[in-house]
Design a protein around this ligand. Structure first.
Ligand code: SF4
Ligand code: SF4
Length: 473
C-alpha cells in the first residue's frame, strides 16, 4: 500500500495575527492560504501515511483538498524525487529558447557614456565600462533592429518592444531619432518604445518627438532634495533634484507627463528617503513608483529593516493609488503568478531568455547591466545554438540548478536572484562585498515573507474554511 507524506519542499509562511498560513511548494509555487484547521489536517502527513487511512476521519471536502494538494505536490508519495520534474521543465524550456521563440523584446545600448556621476549607478558599478566608450552608431543600431524585426516576424509576432538604454541614451539622440523614423516606415508591425533617461538632456524638441512616437519614458528621482542630491550628482558633484523636477514640468507642459519614476536607495540616502517622495508623486498625479535598494552594493542596514521600510512605503503609496514595485517583489510575483509545473520562469525576463540586449559594439547580452556576453550581431546564426551562450546562461539560471539554493524557502520563485548581483558578488575582492549575495538572499526572503503576510491580512479576514488564493498577478 503506497504511503503519502508532506513534500520536503512544502513550506509555510504564518500570519499569527490572522491565524492564516500561506502554504506553497518551494520549487513549484502554487501558494494557497489555509486556516489552523487546514494546517492541522496537513500535519497528519508529517509522517508517511496511507491516504485512505488519513482521510477516513475526514469529510468529502478533505478528499477534494487532498486531490488538489497532491496535484500541487504538497503531499507526495514517500521517496518521490520532485527535482526530476524540474529537470524536465528545464529541458522543455531550453528547447523552446533554442528555437528563438522565447525572445519578445530587445534593448539597444545607445550610449555607454553618461553626463552625470552617480556613484550608485548599476551600469557603471556592474560593467565597469569607462565613459570613453563609443556611442552606438546608426549602422550597428540598424543591423540589430533589422535582426530583431526578422526574428519577431519569424515568431509571427506583430509587436516589437524596443528599449533604449544603457548609461544615458540621450547623449546619442541622433541615433534614437533615426531609429524612430526608420521604424515608423514599417507599417505591418507595432512598436512599443521605451527609454531610460536621467532627463538632464531632455529638451522640448526631443520630448515632442518622444511623444509623437509614444516612447515610454522611465527616469529616476532618488528622493526629495536632500535624498536625491546625496547620490544623484553631476560630474562636479552638484545635486540634480531641481533640474530633474524642472524636466518633469517640461513633460507636463507638452502634454506628455510621466506616470512615475524610480527611486534608488543606497547607504548614503537610506535615512533621507521617506514618504515625502510619494507625496511628491501623488501631488503630480503620478501612478507608479519603482523603488530599489542598490543591487550591486551592500547596504549596512539589516534585511528585515529594509523590508519593513519597503512595506511602509508600499502601503503609503497604495493608499494614494500609486503602484509601488521593484526588483524586490520579483520573487513574490513569481510565486503568486506562475507555477513551474505549468510554465517556465526565472528571476526576471532577462535570465528566462526573453530579451536580447545589444551593446554599442554589437555584443549581445540578456540585460544591459550584465557582463555575460551571449553572442554578437555579426554571428546571429549562433545565438540560439544549443551550445551557445544564451542556452548556457538560461540553463544555469533555471530554478533548481544552483546547489547553493537547495533548501531555500524561495528556491523556485527566486531561482538564484539577479544576474548582475551574482556577477558583482563573484568578482568582488573586498570582504564587505563578498557578503553582498548572502545579504541579498536574506533580503529576498524577508521581503517575500512580509509581502505574503500583507497579502493574507488584506485578503483573508474570514475565520474558517480552507481558502484558495484566487488571484494571479
Ligand atoms: S539566491 Fe538566495 S534567496 Fe534566492 S533561491 Fe538562492 S539561496 Fe534562496
Ligand atoms: S539580471 Fe534581471 S533583475 Fe538583474 S538587472 Fe538584469 S534585468 Fe534586472
Amino acid at each position: 500500500m503506497k504511503k503519502h507524506v508532506l513534500s520536503p519542499y512544502f513550506r509555510t509562511i504564518e500570519d499569527k495575527s490572522s491565524g492564516k498560513t500561506m502554504i506553497f511548494h518551494s520549487l513549484f509555487g502554487n501558494p494557497r492560504i489555509i486556516n489552523e484547521e487546514g494546517m492541522r489536517f496537513l500535519n497528519l502527513f508529517r509522517q508517511p501515511v496511507i491516504l485512505h487511512e488519513a482521510l477516513s476521519a475526514c469529510d468529502d471536502d478533505a478528499q477534494n483538498v487532498v486531490k488538489e494538494f497532491t496535484e500541487f505536490f504538497f503531499i507526495v508519495e514517500a521517496n518521490m524525487d520532485e527535482r526530476k520534474i524540474l529537470q524536465e521543465k528545464k529541458s522543455q524550456h531550453l528547447q523552446k529558447v533554442c528555437t528563438g521563440k522565447v525572445v519578445d523584446r530587445m534593448g539597444l545600448a545607445i550610449s555607454n557614456a553618461c553626463n552625470l556621476s552617480c556613484d550608485q549607478c548599476i551600469h557603471f558599478q556592474s560593467t565597469g565600462v569607462s565613459q570613453e566608450l563609443l556611442n552606438m552608431n546608426w549602422g550597428t543600431a540598424k543591423r540589430c533592429i533589422d535582426y530583431y524585426i526578422s526574428l519577431m516576424r519569424k515568431n509571427e509576432s506583430s509587436v516589437c518592444k524596443i528599449h533604449f538604454g544603457n548609461a544615458e541614451p540621450l547623449i546619442n539622440w541622433p541615433v534614437i531619432e533615426r531609429i524612430l523614423l526608420y521604424c515608423a516606415e514599417i507599417k505591418d508591425l507595432t512598436f512599443d518604445f521605451a527609454i531610460n533617461t536621467n532627463l538632464m538632456l531632455m529638451t522640448k524638441e526631443i520630448a515632442q518627438i518622444l511623444k509623437k512616437h509614444r516612447v515610454s519614458i522611465a527616469t529616476s528621482l532618488d528622493g526629495i532634495l536632500k535624498a536625491n542630491d546625496a547620490i544623484r550628482t553631476t560630474k562636479s558633484g552638484n545635486g540634480t533634484f531641481k533640474q530633474i523636477v524642472g524636466k518633469f514640468d517640461l513633460l507636463d507642459d507638452i502634454g506628455y507627463p510621466l506616470d512615475g519614476f524610480s527611486v534608488t536607495v543606497t547607504d548614503k540616502n537610506y535615512n533621507l528617503v521617506g514618504t515625502d517622495i510619494i507625496d511628491l508623486a501623488a501631488k503630480r498625479g503620478m501612478t507608479s513608483i519603482s523603488f530599489d535598494y542598490d543591487l550591486v552594493g551592500i547596504i549596512n542596514i539589516p534585511s528585515e529593516m529594509r523590508a519593513d521600510k519597503i512595506m511602509l512605503l508600499k502601503r503609503y503609496a497604495n493608499e494614494r493609488n500609486i503602484d509601488f514595485f521593484g526588483t524586490w517583489d520579483s520573487v513574490f510575483r513569481n510565486l503568486t503568478s506562475e507555477s513551474l509545473l505549468l510554465d517556465a520562469y526565472a528571476f526576471c525576463a532577462a535570465v528566462e531568455g526573453r530579451s536580447l540586449e545589444f551593446d554599442v559594439n554589437g555584443e549581445i547580452k540578456v540585460c544591459g547591466h550584465t557582463t555575460t556576453q551571449i553572442g554578437h550581431i555579426t554571428q546571429t546564426d549562433k545565438i540560439f545554438e544549443r551550445s551557445g551562450g544564451l542556452s548556457d546562461l538560461v540553463k544555469k539560471r533555471f530554478p533548481g540548478n544552483d546547489g547553493y539554493c537547495f533548501g531555500c524557502i524561495i528556491e523556485g520563485p527566486c531561482g538564484g536572484q539577479c544576474q548582475v548581483t551574482r556577477e558583482m558578488a563573484s568578482r568582488s575582492n573586498s570582504k564587505q562585498q563578498e557578503k553582498l549575495f548572502d545579504d541579498m538572499c536574506d533580503f529576498y526572503r524577508s521581503i517575500t515573507e512580509a509581502l505574503a503576510i500583507d497579502y493574507m491580512r488584506q485578503n483573508y479576514n474570514k475565520t474558517s474554511g480552507t481558502d484558495l488564493m484566487p488571484e494571479r498577478r
